[in-house]
Structures are given as C-alpha cells and as structure tokens.
Design a protein around this ligand. Structure first.
Ligand code: ADP
Length: 582
C-alpha cells in the first residue's frame, strides 16, 4: 500500500496521492449506506439503486476535484494547493530526496505537517460527505416525496459519512507513517529537543470505533422493530456491519501492530547488545511518548555500558601493569635471595678457615699457658689470680669460637639447602638404626646432667625409609640436644612408631622449661630463639637455626614437623615421614 502511495506521490503530489485510497474507502462507506437503505426500504427499488449509483459517480468526480483544489494535484501542471500546509508538504516531498539535508526547524515543520495531515484530511472528508450525500438525499426526497424515505437515506448517509471520515484519517495516517518515522529518527539522532507533536490518542480512536458499533446496533434494533425486515435482510445487514467493523479495526490495529513489532525487534536487539533506538511512524500520543521514554533509557544504558567498558579497559590495563611490576619485583627478590645465599655461603666459608686457626691456637695457648706459666705464678697471690683469669678468658674464647663454628656450619647448611645446592645422599635405610646412632651421639650431653633421666622407646621392627640417613640423624641429634639444653632435671625421651596409615612418627619429649604459646610456631623460623630478657646473657646457647634446618630436611622428604609445649612442664617435638611397607 505504501509503495503504491509513494509511486503515485512522485507522479502527482504527496497530498494528491491519497485520492485513490480515499475513493476506495468512499465506495466502501457508500456500499454500507446502500445496504442500510436497501434493506430498510424495499428490495430492488429503482430509486435506491439510482441513489447508490449517483453517490458512486459523485464520489468519483468530487473526490479528485476537491483534492486537486485543496491539496494540490499533478506536479507537472504546477497546480498549487489551496491549503498552505498541503503546499508545504508537497514541496518537502518534491524538493528533498534525502531528509538528512533538512535543517532542524525545517525537520520539525515537516514532522508537524505529517502529524496534522490525517486530521486535516478528515476535515476535507467531511466536506466531501456534505457535497456527495446532501444532493443524494435531496434528489431521493424529490423523487419519493416520503419523509420516512428521507429519514432512512439521511441516517444511511450519516453512518457512511462517519465511516468515510474515519477511513480517511486512518488511511492518511498509515500512508504518512514511514516519513514520520524517518523524521523522528533524524530528530533523535541530532539530539534535538523532543517535539511535542502527536495525533489522536489510542483512547479516542477506540471510543470512536465503539461509537460506530453502538450506532449500528441502534440501527439494527430500529429495523427489527419498525421495518418488518426479513431474516435475510437482518443477517445481511449484520454481516455488512460486522465486515465494516472488522475492516475499520484491522486497519487501525495494523498500525498498532506494526508499532509493537518494532518494539519487539528493538528490545530483542537491545538484549543482544545492540543499541538501536525505537523510531515509530505512529501518530498516537501514548506510543510516541513510550518511544521517547524508551529511547532515553536506551541512550542511558548505552552510555552506562560505554562507561563500564572504559572502566574495565582501564582496570585491565592497570592490572596488567601491576602484574608486570609484581613479576619484576619477584624476579628482583629471587635475584636478591640468590645473592644473599651466595654471599652467606662464601662469607661463612671464608670465616671458617681463620676461625679454625683461632680455635686451634687458643687451645694451644691454653695448654702451653697451663704447662709453662701457671707453675711460675704459684706462690704469688697476684700472679696466681691473673693466671686463673687468663685461663678463664681463654676458655671463653674457645667456647665462643666453637659456638661461632656451629653457627657458621648451620648457616652454610641452610644456605645450601635453600639454594638447592645441598648434596642429598638418599638411600633406603632402617629408621631404628638412625635413631640409635643419633641417641649415641647426643648421649654425652646427658652425662653432664645427672638429674636428667634419658629413655628410648622404639620397637625392634621399625620400617625402612628413603632419605639421606646423615640428615635424619642430624634432625634427631638437634632435637635431643635442644631437649638436653633446656632440661635441668626430670626426663628426656625419644620414641618412634610406624603408624598404620603409612607414616613413621618420631617424638622427642622433655620435662624442661617449655616454650610459651606465642613462640611455639616461631621456633621453626630462622634465628628465632625464645629469650627471657634482652641481654646476650639471656640468649640460649645456640644459633637459632637448628629447628629451621630440621624443618627443611623433613619437608624435603614429604614429612611434617611440629612442637607441643607447656611452659614449666616440658616440650614435645614430633615429626612424621612416609615409610616403605613390605
Ligand atoms: P638453638 O640453636 O638456639 O637451639 P633451635 O632452632 O634448635 O636453635 O631452637 C630455637 C629455639 O627454640 C631455641 O632457642 C629455644 O628457645 C627453643 N627450643 C627448642 N627446643 C626446645 C626445648 N626442647 N625446650 C624449650 N625450648 C626449646
């Protein structure tokens, strides 16, 4: 329908292109009126047929004439429209093929004309109704001279007139929809202020259709009551009314339907991430306002999405930067750690050689001093005192030297383990043997402590494990040394058990000083020693590295080491390692 309209509009003028549609709707309305008159007056009365033919011919002549006069006719004849709005509308259509060229105010002007056109056209339709039906009614009356005849013809003419006007409105509105949609699209793209231009509202249109239905019903009641209309006439009239109402409503709902179709497509696109706005060609206030509000929300959501995307992009960039910074920092840290390990092992190594000489010479001096100089001092009180003092000091030098050697050995071990340069000599060996060996090595400690009773509780058939036996012995010696060091009286013991779940459990317990709860987990940290005061004197004799080394060794073999303790009651150090089952 729209294509025919556009084609005729290009040949004639935009407004004149409505003529064929108006004639068709005029014929439809006239036919309805004819049915009313035909069924209510008489069957096949020549006057009725004559009036009907007269109407059709009048319509064919009057409609193009009135349109040509008021709305402008063929473009080539340059026949200007009488109505100003029609002239402007025709000019717009003739001069602009691309509506993007229009200026803002021209665009609003065009939209306004397109919105008002259906209403103006309806007024023209009223004029046509008057021009066509009045002569028909008059001629009919002159021929029949019957008032009843006059009443029936007038009411038929009235109904036909109403239907015709309504047709004109709806048709024009449908035909101009495309152009209105186009205008609104450009207006919204240019972000122009919302034009408050609407046509007749849905509510009013529905009221109009209901009125026509009621009017027809009233007519039907009248015919049935007074005209002795036959059943065929009644059914015929009902069918025609029904058809008219269907055509009227379907024409109307077609435009609403297309609006909903567009809404559906746009919302579907939106939910799939598209950002198309809703541009309706409809004229109804409710739909246009809905589209405007919808477009505001779409624009907001597009903006939000855009902002979000920008934020995500910025954050991602930030994260990538931070990650590379972290990577760099990590690399530096590893480098520093390596440097530290290298430094520690080389320094410790360099320290060990001179320290061995210091210790050796201190021992020699002490021996020589005791042998050659102490006897000389005998008898002289002052010299004797000095000799004892020198002897004691040499003892301190030796003890501290030994401590320093132990510390250096521990530091070297730990540095090697941590840097992965430690040579592990793994073999499969019986655990029981290793425990006995460690106990033997540490037994010297307990000889000096008569108040401490040592016990060992290990079953004969302890399983084999795969590890470096020297390192396992080192762990147990360290635990036993600690137990001996921190226990003045009571018991120290070692026990072992091969658990059913595949773990070997070895525990070293004592009744010594115990470890405060705050320190219990820290004792496995490097250089951590539990002190009672701040002075060097308060520090326990050791390096604070023994347990750190123990943990490294046990964890290397997939085991775990932990401590339980109560201050003043004693401690228990336990480690577990996986063992071989035969
Ligand atoms: P150290 O060479 O100082 O003994 P360790 O790493 O072996 O170093 O032990 C760290 C600290 O844990 C010790 O200084 C001590 O405070 C505490 N500790 C270890 N074993 C015991 C124990 N059996 N009883 C009480 N405290 C202990």
């Amino acid at each position: 329908m729209n294509k025919i309209f556009q084609f005729v509009a290009r040949q004639t003028s935009y407004c004149f292109a409505t003529v064929p549609f108006v004639i068709i709707s005029g014929y439809f309305a006239a036919s309805y009126a004819f049915f009313i008159v035909y069924f209510s007056i008489d069957y096949f009365k020549p006057e009725t047929m004559r009036a009907f033919s007269f109407t059709l011919i009048a319509m064919l002549l009057i409609v193009p004439f009135i349109h040509a006069l008021l709305l402008g006719a063929l473009r080539n004849f340059k026949l200007p429209a009488f109505l100003k709005f029609a002239r402007r509308l025709n000019d717009f259509f003739a001069n602009f093929t691309d509506y993007e060229d229009l200026k803002d105010d021209e665009l609003l002007d065009l939209l306004q004309l397109l919105v008002r056109f259906p209403l103006y056209h309806m007024l023209i339709a009223i004029l046509i109704v008057i021009l066509v039906t009045l002569p028909t009614i008059i001629v009919e009356y002159l021929f029949s001279r019957s008032l009843y005849h006059l009443a029936i013809t007038s009411s038929g003419g009235l109904i036909a007139g109403i239907i015709f006007c309504y047709f004109c409105y709806i048709l024009t509105e449908t035909l101009t929809a495309d152009l209105r949609g186009e205008c609104r699209k450009i207006i919204s793209r240019r972000n122009m202020q919302k034009p408050n231009i609407y046509g007749i509202s849905i509510r009013k249109k529905i009221i109009f259709i209901i009125t026509i239905v009621f009017f027809s019903m009233a007519m039907l009641t009248y015919f049935l009551a007074f005209c002795n209309a036959s059943l065929i006439a009644t059914v015929g009239f009902l069918a025609t009314t029904f058809l008219t109402v269907i055509v009227l409503t379907s024409l109307y709902f077609q435009s609403i339907n297309s609006a909903f179709g567009k809404i559906l497509v746009t919302t579907r696109e939106l939910s799939h991430g598209g950002g198309e706005l809703l541009h309706l060609g409809n004229n109804e206030k409710e739909l246009i306002q809905f589209a405007e509000n919808f477009n505001v929300s779409v624009k907001e959501s597009i903006e939000l999405r855009h902002n979000l995307e920008q934020k995500v992009e910025a954050r991602t960039k930030d994260l990538v930067k931070k990650a590379s910074e972290l990577e760099e920092a990590n690399r530096r840290l590893k480098e520093l750690d390596q440097m530290k390990s290298n430094f520690l092992s080389s320094v410790s190594h360099e320290l060990r050689t001179p320290l061995t000489s210091v210790l050796g010479f201190a021992k020699l001096i002490r021996k020589d001093f005791a042998k050659f100089f102490v006897p000389l001092a005998q008898g002289e009180e002052k010299a004797e005192k000095k000799a004892t003092r020198i002897n004691e000091n040499l003892g301190i030098i030796m003890r501290e030297g030994e401590r320093l050697t132990r510390l250096i050995n521990d530091v070297l071990d730990l540095a090697k383990i941590e840097s992965g340069r430690f040579e592990w000599r793994d073999t499969v060996f019986p655990v029981g043997e290793a425990i006995k060996q460690a106990v033997q090595a540490a037994s010297g400690q307990f000889v000096q402590k008569p108040d401490v009773k040592f016990s060992m509780n290990i079953p004969q058939d302890l399983p084999h494990i795969k590890a470096d036996p020297d390192r396992l012995v080192q762990v147990i010696i360290n635990l036993l040394n600690n137990a001996a060091k921190f226990t003045e009286k009571g018991r120290v013991g070692v026990d072992a058990v091969a658990r059913d779940d595949g773990w070997l459990e070895v525990g070293v317990h004592d009744t010594g000083t115990g470890i405060p709860p705050d320190d219990i987990d820290k004792v496995f940290n490097k250089f951590h020693q539990v002190t009672k005061g701040d002075t060097l004197k308060d520090k326990p004799n050791g390096s604070g590295l023994g347990l750190a080394i123990c943990r490294q060794i046990i964890e290397r073999y997939g085991g775990r080491i932990w401590a339980e303790s109560k201050v003043g009651k004693g401690s228990k150090f336990t480690f577990i390692l996986p063992y071989f089952t035969n």
